[in-house]
Design a protein around this ligand. Sequence first.
Ligand code: UD1
Length: 420
Amino acid sequence: MEHLLIKGSNPLNGEVVISGAKNAVVAIIPAAILANDICIIDNLPRIEDVKCLEDSLTKLGAHCQLIDDRTLTIDSSTIKSYNATFDSVRKIRASYYLMGALLARFKRAEVALPGGCNFGTRPIDLHLKGFRALGAEIIEDYDAGIISLKADRLKGTNIFLDTVSVGATINIMLAATMAEGVTTIENAAKEPHIVDTANFLNMLGAKIKGAGTDVIRITGVEKLHGNEYMIIPDQIEAGTYMIATAACGGHVSVRNIIPKHMDSLSAKLREMGCTIEEGDDYIDVISDGRLSAIRVKTMAYPGFPTDLQPQMAAGLAKADGISILTETVWENRFQYIDQLKKFGCDINVDGRIATIRGVPQLNGAEVIATDLRAGAAMVIAGLAAAGTTKIGNIRFIDRGYEQIEYKLKALGADIKRVKN
Ligand code: UD1
């Protein structure tokens, strides 16, 4: 058991280099199963979710090898099994991509139900609806916690997603890549990691058009081949450092990013009173720590990401005035607010709306990370608070942030990891 200890109130200054995107790499590692060959993945973030997927692919029979800190080779030609019901699969949400990937490669898959952060019910009905439309028979055994999929052949078709879903869009794309004929996904999600996964598959020989728009057209191919691919930078990690700088004050250059992916956050930080300067692959955030209250509503991309909502709540806790934060994606993503209140935040939650009355000062507290991004919110509150903060349950934070304490320390934060 480890925790983070923060002595708050330091401004943040300097440069932080952003790692590869968690939500892209967790789709691209399973997608490598389709290659039946060697894939080399660069700009790999060293986070727990990646280790979990490496472990899952290895258990399926793949040869996964780290060439260096940032580069992973996956030889998926040695995979002979379509049974992914081991523990590492149950630990993370993104293991649902093993369904689409194994179904595409073997026309069969047995996959344990995914775990991950809990923000209310997280159904996968749209994923399954898509697989069925492509011709798969599915047995959902919720007692055993296993989904079994089987198809004689997968045949391209038109699929309209009732709800915009990142996971369903990518999973159906995976299954359709080697289906017969053309598959069209309408009302598709448009997140950067969907484009990244489509680009990866296209480099392996897939024929996917329209990723990044709400209609994706996939012409099935018989087989794919290996290739080398560089993961895009992490939009949410970048956003977390941008909000931290806004809240603490200072001048931080957030490097190795795609500034366009940050548009919805940059607009909000400007409204809060920060100066945002964009370059080709960086954004500078300049803040005097005195912020104005704003309204924020989470939406699918290019809207404000739900995965930055908790960090934004922490960032707005000291802003001057009353902020309104509306969560439209997840039904129950405010469980962390009770933890934030321990810093002295004045926040009232009513259903999907949080009303945040800015307070002049936050005080250090003993809190826990209730999930990954909630953990990041605790870090931001701790950095902006006076006194000492102790954050427990940091295994959640390690699932998605690479070396968070080193990156923050380099910016001037007083933060350390302590073993209990
Ligand atoms: C992904 C991200 C997660 C992010 C979320 C929304 C990964 C690994 N995780 O999660 O960090 O918070 O996008 O940006 O990329 N829904 C259904 N039926 C389904 C699937 C989803 O009703 O079959 C609903 C969900 O309940 C939710 C909404 O659709 O209300 C969006 O969920 P979705 O985009 O699928 O989220 P994930 O892919 O699980």
